[in-house]
Design a protein around this ligand. Structure first.
Ligand code: HEM
Length: 160
């Protein structure tokens, strides 16, 4: 019996090994990604069926509602919508961000993504915190003025 049995087992093992590999590679290639539009997501806005979007990823958080340290209420307020801003406003920990993975079901449809246009990026950079160029321009001018003053001071002292 020995050889036949071993062969059968080997065949089964290698078959299951190739299956697993195929699954992994198709996942890695992103073939099985689901895309949802905001319209599709909007209907999942109740306590028994709760989806939300964070950073263009769609999460089914129905079974997380009761576990959320920040309470069920805040999640239900965001249910069926893009909750990225509220999620970020709270300043969630790295642990919270890692937890998200468990509830991932797909991606927000490309048409519904709020891609930052170059104009918006510029506006975001030149807000009250000051633009990037002012951060080096002001110290540069200050250094130049100090340099000029020092020169005058040194010359004045040499000539007198
Ligand atoms: C599925 C997505 C979410 C996950 C996995 C999550 C997870 C967590 C975790 C683990 C905490 C404990 C503190 C921390 O580790 O940061 C927390 C706190 C909190 N979360 Fe969320 N959260 C999610 C979505 C949201 C959303 C959309 C809001 C919207 C307002 C929110 C509001 C809060 C608040 C108010 C707290 C309490 C903060 C505090 O007491 O300091 N969370 N969340």
């Amino acid at each position: 019996m020995g050889e036949g049995m071993k062969d059968a087992i080997n065949k089964r093992d290698s078959a299951s090994a190739t299956n697993t590999n195929r699954e992994e590679s198709s996942e890695a290639a992103g073939e099985s990604v689901e895309y949802y539009t905001l319209e599709e997501i909007r209907v999942h806005n109740m306590s028994g069926d709760t989806w939300l979007v964070i950073h263009d990823k769609v999460y089914n958080i129905t079974r997380f509602l009761e576990e959320h340290p920040g309470g069920e209420e805040v999640l239900l307020e965001q249910a069926g919508t893009d909750a990225t801003e509220s999620f970020e406003d709270v300043g969630h920990s790295t642990d919270a961000r890692e937890m998200l993975q468990q509830y991932y079901i797909g991606e927000l449809h490309m048409d519904d993504r709020k891609n930052m246009k170059p104009k918006e990026v510029f506006a975001a950079n030149s807000g009250s915190s000051g633009g990037t160029w002012t951060t080096w321009l002001i110290p540069a001018i200050a250094t130049a003025i100090i340099g000029i003053l020092l020169r005058y001071y040194v010359f004045d002292h040499k000539s007198s």
